[in-house]
Design a binder for this molecule. Structure first.
Ligand code: HEC
Ligand code: HEC
Length: 326
């Protein structure tokens, strides 16, 4: 009997140990970076700036920002940002310095290496990136838009600031290896004359669904897509994302297209003149300052797409600690 248990234990250890070794030793599915040299045309630089600052809000993670002001305006672009412990991420997580500083930023990367990090989730050193960096969404970005972004990123002035490497806790660290995927085929330009399709494209690459859907252990709750209620902890308070589906009672079903545009453009003044100081009632992660600069046709396209998303019944109090906001 004793022998049986000893054998069972050995088998058990072997299987678990083997599984563990497999998970820790397996390599991410990675293709070598392309040797492309991206020409920095004025069109690409303009498009890249728009995507970086507005649609993709790369500043939202990769720049130092002033969280005491509404919409968290940028202080130093590209410097990187270490997420505070209160956000509850599974380990030490910093968005790296992506300025063109060679030593602490990505000035020493090739265009192909930046491109691969952006859409395929493989860093220059080959590690599988934590998908808080929304590369699974950026994988849907057209080649031309991705080239524009890379062209623009390279113009971010160097900032000397070392960010700590991402160090995720077990078992999340082992799970990362399975996330990156090389792109299977070139991604064509979206058809901008098709309002619905273009709206879907913008909504996807902006990763709205990521913030606007609750998650359980890193997975979005599929039946609540865009239904809001994802909780963020910052500045000593809590903010929950809003239900942006077209449910008439708990979502934005009663909002006309013009009112939708107005919702974003109400913050234009803050973009131009600087935003006001806010207390906990105004703390948010919604990129209002970025989106207030979005082209009107793009906001309208996103509205059109959002009208086709399944309505979700989910009543959300966005500032539960300060429910008097509305
Ligand atoms: C929600 C936060 C978030 C957003 C938004 C975001 N990133 Fe990141 N990014 C990260 C994190 C975190 C990492 C590090 C991931 C890792 O190494 O595990 C990263 C890594 C990178 C890297 C690799 C840097 C290096 O040192 O290897 C590049 C390049 C990059 N991001 C560019 C961008 C660009 C361009 C955008 C906008 C289109 C963007 N990121 C948007 C969080 C973000
Ligand atoms: C980084 C997280 C984040 C991203 C990305 C994000 N949102 Fe939000 N959004 C929030 C949070 C949190 C709120 C609730 C607090 C507030 O209103 O500021 C919100 C609120 C909103 C509201 C206001 C709803 C209301 O009831 O007034 C709209 C509209 C909205 N988001 C649309 C979008 C769209 C469209 C996108 C993508 C283009 C997007 N959001 C991307 C976090 C995010």
């Amino acid at each position: 009997m004793k022998k049986f248990f000893a054998t069972a234990l050995l088998v058990f250890l072997f299987v678990v140990g083997g599984g563990f070794a497999y998970l820790s030793l397996r390599k991410p599915n990675a293709a070598p970076p392309s040797s492309i040299v991206i020409e920095r045309t004025p069109e690409r630089l303009a498009r890249g700036k728009y995507l970086f600052e507005v649609v993709n809000d790369c500043d939202g993670c990769h720049s130092e920002r002033d969280f005491t002001r509404f919409g968290n305006p940028v202080v130093t672009r590209g410097k990187g940002f270490q997420f505070p412990a209160e956000m509850g991420l599974p380990g030490t997580v910093a968005a790296p310095n992506i300025s063109s500083d060679v030593e602490t930023g990505i000035g020493g990367y090739t265009d192909g290496e930046i491109l691969r990090a952006l859409r395929e989730g493989i860093a220059k050193d080959g590690h599988a990136m934590f998908p808080l960096m929304p590369y699974p969404y950026y994988a849907k970005m057209s080649d031309e838009d991705a080239y524009s972004l890379v062209a623009f990123i390279r113009t971010i002035p160097p900032v000397k600031a070392k960010q700590p490497p991402v160090a995720l806790k077990f078992p999340v660290n082992l799970m990362m290896t399975g996330v990156p995927k090389p792109l299977a085929a070139p991604v064509p330009q979206p058809d901008r004359s098709n309002k619905l399709k273009y709206g879907e494209y913008l909504t996807t690459v902006a990763a709205c669904v990521e913030c606007h859907t609750p998650e359980v252990r890193g997975q979005l709750v599929e039946e609540k897509r865009f239904g809001g209620g994802r909780e963020f902890r910052l500045m000593g308070t809590r903010v929950l994302s809003a239900n942006i589906t077209s449910d008439t009672q708990t979502g934005l079903g009663k909002l006309s297209e013009d009112q939708w545009v107005e919702k974003f453009y109400q913050y234009k003044e803050y973009v131009e003149k600087g935003s006001k100081k806010v207390g906990p009632e105004g703390v948010t992660l919604m990129p209002w300052l970025a989106y207030a600069q979005m082209e009107e046709a793009d906001l309208r396209a996103i509205y059109t797409y959002m009208r086709t998303v399944k309505p979700v019944v989910n009543s959300v109090e966005t500032h539960p600690e300060n429910p008097t906001k509305k």
